[in-house]
Design a protein around this ligand. Structure first.
Ligand SMILES: [Cu+2]
Length: 153
């Protein structure tokens, strides 16, 4: 065997060895991919306040305009209606209260539109005016006592 051939064989062995080493090295070098890839930090986005879509367009069911009950009061005191004349809107309930020490009544001057029985001291009488107009009234016991309720729309 010629020395050169011997060298070539040796080189070939070395080369293959290097290849083997290189291969094994190449195989061993890459760090095995982690079986469980570190989960990307699931970034839960801060819950944004969901814009309430109703804002602004609140279809508040408009209640059929039910006129709030309107009230008015008249005090009977010192043989007089106080106030003697009041203005109210249609639908207003007027309540007379006898703040005197004797009985009185409330009676419409004409038509018998309204009329109370004798109201003892502390008694009350109410009437709801449903039509516009002027409603003069008096006390049946004391003709000098007069008052007027004026009803407007
Ligand atoms: Cu009276």
């Amino acid at each position: 065997m010629a020395p050169s051939q011997k060298t070539r064989i040796l080189l070939a062995i070395l080369a293959s060895a290097a290849l083997l080493l290189g291969c094994t090295g190449a195989n061993a070098a890459p760090t095995p991919a982690p079986a469980t890839p570190t989960p990307a930090p699931t970034f839960a986005p801060a819950p944004r306040p969901t814009a309430t879509p109703e804002t602004g367009a609140e279809p508040t069911p408009a209640p059929t305009a039910i006129p709030s009950p309107q009230l008015a009061g008249v005090s009977i005191r010192g043989f007089a209606f106080n106030p003697g004349a009041i203005d109210v809107k249609v639908g207003t309930t007027v309540t007379w209260t006898n703040d005197d020490s004797v009985a009185h009544t409330v009676a419409s001057d004409s038509g018998g539109i309204f009329g109370s029985p004798a109201m003892p001291p502390g008694g009350t009488f109410s009437f709801t005016f449903t039509a516009p107009g002027a409603y003069p009234y008096h006390c049946a016991f004391h003709p000098s006592m007069h008052g007027t309720v004026t009803v407007t729309r």
